[in-house]
Design a protein around this ligand. Structure first.
Ligand SMILES: Nc1ncnc2c1ncn2[C@@H]1O[C@H](COP(=O)(O)OP(=O)(O)OP(=O)(O)O)[C@@H](O)[C@H]1O
Ligand SMILES: [Mg+2]
Length: 306
């Protein structure tokens, strides 16, 4: 069974691309055929971190119908078992994909035959990011301990939850539901997905049951990256508690990755951080996280795309 892991985080520079590439290297090393897909359309740079400086093909070959098969855009990286679909040739117009194109990509990704597929997503809460995150139930959020990064991660979680509800209704009717939320719970409730869920439960009980089942099947996780010595080690689990309290969504805290200047050095030298600095705290943290991913059971595509 294919395991798909979308990796996102609200803020640019929080370490999504670095962590995605490092975790993928570790999964590939464990003998699993692992595919990286660069879905940070318009700002793709994953290829640089897996030592494919000049990708000869990319996702845009599939989007622009140069090839009918997504598999044809896959590149071999120098690491055994590690493959890449680069986003490197995608220009800004591809960053604004029409919905149908996006669904085509999502369906094609879910049919690829690899043991593990990791998706590197862009920062922010664009519809592309939200829809790619919702490909599978195994999404990972990355944040740093900085309040700005935490705030953006919180916004991303909320936007994903709303997007998931929104997919069940047309845009016009969803606006009507929003008005109903405000009527029932007041102006502040417009940002609270669980208030929207209560309105859906009252007006559309069947859709509510379906939505509630999927939300309960989410196995979203949070990784706290760039933890420095002086930072509070419990901050990651505290963020998860706050999300559960205010958004009603359970997110598991997966672990911390320590801040390490060697990461910058390794990226600048274009070498694998894990190979060059295997005995650092950050490398140990990454190995721990990849073990957790391997041990976590089951992975399903969300029903909408299956
Ligand atoms: N644990 C860490 N310790 C020290 N530096 C780190 C760590 N993780 C990432 N970095 C640094 O942060 C930089 C930004 O990381 P990265 O490009 O992965 O962020 P990103 O979230 O993908 O950003 P964007 O949203 O712009 O794509 C890296 O180049 C690296 O130097
Ligand atoms: Mg990135």
């Amino acid at each position: 069974m294919v395991h798909i892991w979308p990796i996102g985080g609200g803020k640019g520079g929080s370490g999504k691309t670095f962590l995605t590439s490092a975790l993928a290297r570790l999964l590939a090393e464990s003998g699993k055929r692992t595919l990286l897909v660069d879905l940070d359309l318009g700002a793709a740079n994953l290829h640089t971190l897996v030592d494919v400086p000049y990708p000869t093909k990319s996702l845009s070959d599939f989007i622009r119908r140069k090839t009918p098969f997504l598999q044809d855009t896959v590149l071999q990286t120098p690491t055994p078992n590690l493959f890449l679909i680069s986003g490197a040739h995608d220009s800004m117009d591809i960053a604004n994909l029409p919905y149908e194109q996006k669904i085509k990509i999502v369906k094609a990704i879910s049919k690829l035959e690899y043991d593990w597929i990791l998706l590197d997503l862009g920062a922010g809460t664009s519809f592309n990011t939200l829809d790619f995150f919702l490909i599978s139930q195994n999404g990972i959020f990355i944040t740093t301990p900085e309040p700005t990064s935490i705030e953006n991660a919180y916004r991303l979680v909320r936007a994903i939850y709303f997007r998931h509800i929104r997919h069940c209704f047309d845009a016009f009717y969803f606006k009507e539901l929003e008005k109903e939320v405000v009527r029932q719970f007041g102006d502040d409730a417009i940002n609270k997905p669980h208030c929207m869920m209560q309105v859906v439960q009252r007006l559309h009980p069947e859709i509510y049951v379906q939505l509630d089942n999927t939300v309960n099947s989410f196995k979203f996780r949070l990784i706290l990256n760039q933890l420095r010595k002086q930072d509070n080690v419990a901050i990651g689990s505290q963020i998860c508690q706050i999300i559960e309290k205010h958004l009603g969504l359970h997110i598991e805290f997966a672990g911390n990755v320590s801040y390490d200047d060697h990461i910058h050095d390794a990226i600048c030298q274009r070498v694998s951080f894990l190979e060059r600095y295997p005995h650092t705290r950050a490398a140990t943290d990454l190995r721990e996280l990849s073990k957790q991913m391997v041990n976590s059971v089951g992975s399903q595509l969300l029903m909408r795309y299956s």
